[in-house]
Write a new protein. Structure first.
Lengths: 113, 112
């Protein structure tokens, strides 16, 4: 079945540690996205990528980094510079950026201890 | 600037009653509009999408939404609520920035 997978489902991190969240899609989509979700704040865009080896900052990129070495994969690293990383992180993909429908993965809940 | 406003962060209805979730948007270009549903600790699932053409859009699970340009609205409705409809619902807009802009979300509670 085609879809988007995110791992792990739950992630715990100690302060000062970097962690990497995985996002993989087998939909043959060109564009991929990372969102952060906090209660009552909707979804906020962290980074997005329209094509392999290229990505752009979203609205809240500080403290995060990404790579896009393969079309299928768009991992997100939450660095120690992110001051409040505890949140629900959602990955999405679409055939191309813009008006195309974005399809979402199941999410990763990150908790900083 | 483009924006999406969902009126009411929490909506409560009785099972079998009409569901109405409100969404207003602001866009300087013709918008593409979306409704997504999110169940607890899950990703977002597309309910329906408006691009161009027919202003009444039918989606999954009996939901539909009507695009009203004059009112800049895209309200989501369902004639009869089921307990399984309890979830968070997000309205989103895609416009000239190429990005998807989300509303704050509305939590739907369905009472037996």
């Amino acid at each position: 079945d085609g879809g988007i997978t995110q791992s792990p489902k739950y992630l715990f991190r100690k302060e000062g540690q970097n962690v990497t969240l995985s996002c993989e899609q087998n939909l043959n989509h060109d564009a991929m996205y990372w969102y952060r979700q906090d209660p009552g704040q909707g979804l906020r865009l962290i980074y997005y990528s329209q094509i392999v080896n290229d990505f752009q900052k979203g609205d809240i990129a500080e403290g995060y980094s990404v790579s896009r070495e393969k079309k299928e994969s768009f991992p997100l690293t939450v660095t120690s510079a992110q001051k409040n990383p505890t949140a629900f992180y959602l990955c999405a993909s679409s055939t191309r950026q813009g008006t195309d429908t974005q399809y979402f993965g199941p999410g990763t809940r990150l908790t900083v201890l | 600037a483009q924006s999406v406003t969902q009126l009411g962060s929490h909506v409560s209805v009785s099972e079998g009653a009409l569901v109405l979730l409100r969404c207003n948007y602001s866009s300087s270009v013709p918008p593409y509009l979306f409704w997504y549903v999110q169940y607890p600790n899950q990703g977002l699932q597309l309910l329906l999408k408006y691009t161009t053409g027919a202003t009444l859009v039918k989606g999954i699970n009996g939901f539909e939404a009507e695009f009203k340009k004059s009112e800049t609205s895209f309200h989501l409705t369902k004639p009869s609520a089921h307990m399984s409809d309890a979830a968070e619902y997000f309205c989103a807009l895609s416009g000239n920035t190429g990005k998807l802009i989300f509303g704050q979300g509305t939590t739907l509670q369905v009472k037996p």
